[in-house]
Design a protein around this ligand. Structure first.
Ligand code: FES
Length: 67
């Protein structure tokens, strides 16, 4: 299933990288993409570990605003 339509990222791809990502921004970087519309950010958080999800909820998505 596609999670990020803008970057054609599937749940299978994200699960394989999520264990090493400490944040949603890190997960995008691990996939070598940048968020475009940002609609997938809440879904991306669900792929992080519970402790990582709490940190991600408190931290703004720094890579979304960088050009
Ligand atoms: S759906 Fe992921 S950036 Fe648009």
């Amino acid at each position: 299933m596609y999670v990020c339509v803008c970057n054609a990222l599937t749940d299978r791809q994200l699960r394989s990288r999520a264990a090493s990502a400490e944040s949603v921004a890190a997960l995008y970087r691990a996939m070598a993409v940048r968020p475009a519309c940002g609609k997938c950010v809440p879904s991306m958080r669900t792929f992080l570990q519970p402790s990582q999800q709490q940190a991600a909820a408190r931290t703004p998505l720094e890579c979304a605003s960088k050009g």
